[in-house]
Design a protein around this ligand. Structure first.
Ligand code: ADP
Length: 601
């Protein structure tokens, strides 16, 4: 039920969510007040019946004088009517209080969890690429949606009722002790027995539930992975293999789910029996006490009713602990994620970068991906404002890695990346990345209108800027030819665009930033000749005046660069203009000649 570990988990969750909880504190307090009100009315519930028993039925409908002063003048019939109305009034008031506390808590919980979800989402976006390369997308999505939802739900469907019930139970115990100590002690005696059994059982439920949650996360991740690569899966006929492994996980999850249900049902059964035993003992002793006039029949009635009502929470205690255990597991998974600190992040002393001139310098930069040999070794160069730098060399040489250091997607292991004389780390990430435009080989468009896709490049883009960017990118004309023009929705389930058209929209998105630094990662690969010409022309306009890094395999596009770096094994083997590298006559020249013959043939 409640043990040290569970308590510390709850403390951890509450502490983490405190900033979100604080603004809701008034609402939460109000719900508590209503909750206490509800408890009081619950305690009062059997009392009209007790009076009817003791004062009316027991005395043969002959009420002479009640001890209660202002009811002195009532006859039996009047009293009966009053008590009947009281019964209804208590029920109405109790219901209203319950309504208020549930609604209050539900609203508070929803507000808190939607804040937490927004934070989690923002946090995920801020985590470094090195994290995202390792993380499973499906698992992350489960945490943002499912786990958060369960945390919200559990406050209303389990935590709140649990609290109400514990309070009610304590209140009833108090009243029982006041009515008759001996009978109350019998009820209390059953407690330790109850606690022992349910604690042990809840611990097992918690364990199985957690395992099941983890498995579901893995399953979601696997499914997302397979769906994301469905083309490859089908092409390689991997369906049956994937289906088999999925079915295996699914079966295990099913087993664990059934096991949780079984454990929970077993727990409820135990509680039911304990309740019956307690009731039987109280009745057995209670009737003797009534006969010896130690208590009235009405008192015994209150006792029995209380026992039923006070033990009901116990039954539910058992039911809710399972749910709470699951929610705690969810909460921990959410917090585990929130506690991961982005490897690349702003430091306390970073400041917003001024508008860059575009002077870029790598000073003895080395870099390695996690647990791997160095991908970049002692890279040093200077790129002057407005220069075009071409990065060439075989795949795996480290070209993309080099530009990702410029974007500060990763931090170098050694050395410094310097822009306009300052280490990148001095600038805030946002102000740095905002001044760099990129166009990749396979540009990704979002499931949104073309207008929005272009505007994503710059937060406050005006309509005019969007049009100008599209014109610069040679995209304006074909966009106007689309069914809804700039409002045409692209991406998933949207209009399909050709590779060249996509690239041009990506160029427009890059152009709208008017960035002093541009990165092009094989932007024309896979395009037909005509598209390539149009895209290349757009790229020339995009990069005009910007310090540009162009990753390319096609040396014809590298030829006109101000500097060409030939990379291999994470080192710049050759560096210079086309002419200089041709004069060296080694790697670059060999590759160039090779490509020449291919193109000629
Ligand atoms: P290029 O762009 O020249 O083809 P890359 O910079 O993409 O080269 O890759 C350089 C090396 O780093 C390759 O060996 C590649 O396998 C490795 N690499 C690239 N990205 C990652 C990554 N996210 N995690 C681990 N290794 C990577």
């Amino acid at each position: 039920m409640i043990n040290e570990k569970r308590l510390s988990s709850i403390r951890r969750i509450l502490k983490h969510f405190l900033p979100q909880i604080r603004p809701q504190i008034n609402l939460i307090l109000l719900s508590f007040v209503a909750l206490i009100g509800e408890t009081v009315f619950r305690l009062l519930e059997p009392w009209p019946l007790k009076f009817i028993f003791d004062e009316i039925i027991y005395k043969g409908f002959q009420v002479e004088s009640l001890k209660v002063p202002f009811l002195d003048n009532l006859n039996s019939f009047g009293l009966l009517s009053l008590l009947a109305v009281g019964l209804v009034a208590i029920a109405v008031l109790r219901g209203t209080m319950a309504y208020l506390s549930t609604t209050g808590m539900a609203v508070a919980a929803t507000r808190i969890m939607s804040e937490v979800r927004a934070n989690l989402y923002a946090h995920l976006q801020s985590l470094s690429l090195s994290f995202h390369h390792k993380a499973k997308t499906g698992d992350l999505i489960t945490r943002v949606t499912y786990d958060i939802e369960r945390l919200r739900e559990v406050t209303v469907v389990a935590a709140l009722p649990l609290l109400t019930n514990v309070l009610t139970m304590l209140g009833m115990l108090g009243v029982m002790i006041w009515l008759n100590l001996q009978l109350a002690l019998i009820a209390i005696a059953i407690f330790p027995l109850f606690l022992l059994t349910t604690t042990a059982m809840s611990r097992r439920i918690h364990k199985v539930a957690k395992k099941q949650r983890q498995r579901e996360g893995v399953m979601a991740a696997n499914a997302a992975e397979a769906m994301g690569a469905i083309k490859v899966v089908q092409a390689l006929s991997l369906q049956s293999m994937l289906e088999k492994s999925f079915a295996k996980q699914n079966k295990k999850s099913l087993k664990e789910s059934a096991e949780t249900q079984r454990l929970r049902a077993g727990q409820e059964r135990t509680v039911e029996v304990l309740v019956a035993i307690a009731t039987a003992i109280v009745l057995w002793r209670g009737v003797q006490l009534v006969i010896t006039h130690a208590i009235t029949p009405g008192d015994l009635l209150v006792f029995i009713t209380y026992l039923k009502v006070a033990f009901k929470p116990m039954r539910q205690l058992a039911k809710y602990t399972g749910q709470i255990a699951k929610a705690i597991a969810s909460g921990e998974r959410v917090i585990d994620l929130l506690e991961i600190v982005p490897e690349v992040r702003d430091s306390r002393w970073s400041y917003a970068a001024p508008l860059f001139q575009g002077m870029i310098e790598f000073r003895d930069v080395s870099f390695a991906y996690e647990n791997q040999a160095n991908t970049l070794n002692n890279i040093s160069f200077k790129a002057f404002p407005g220069q075009k730098i071409a990065l060439v060399g075989a795949s795996g040489g480290g070209k993309s890695t080099l530009v990702s250091l410029l974007l500060r997607l990763y931090d170098p292991l050694e050395g410094q990346v310097v822009i306009d004389g300052h280490n990148l780390r001095e600038y805030t990430l946002d102000s740095l990345r905002r001044q760099i435009s990129i166009v990749l080989q396979d540009s990704i468009l979002f499931a949104a209108s073309i207008r929005d896709n272009i505007a994503y490049g710059c937060v406050n883009a005006t309509e005019e800027e969007i049009l100008m960017a599209a014109q610069l990118a040679n995209a304006h004309d074909f966009i106007l030819d689309l069914p809804d023009g700039y409002d045409t929705v692209v991406g998933e389930r949207g209009a399909t665009l050709s590779g060249g058209q996509k690239q041009r929209i990506a160029i427009a998105r890059a152009a709208i930033r008017k960035a002093p630094i541009v990165i092009l990662d094989e932007p024309t690969v896979g395009l037909d000749n005509r598209s390539e010409r149009i895209v290349t022309e757009a790229l020339e306009r995009l990069t005009y005046n910007s310090t540009t890094f162009l990753i390319t395999h096609d040396l014809r596009t590298a030829k006109n660069a101000d500097q060409i770096f030939y990379l291999e094994g994470g080192r710049i083997l050759e560096q210079g203009t086309h002419k200089q590298l041709m004069n060296i006559g080694k790697h670059y020249a060999t590759l160039y000649h090779l490509q020449q013959t291919v193109h000629v043939n």
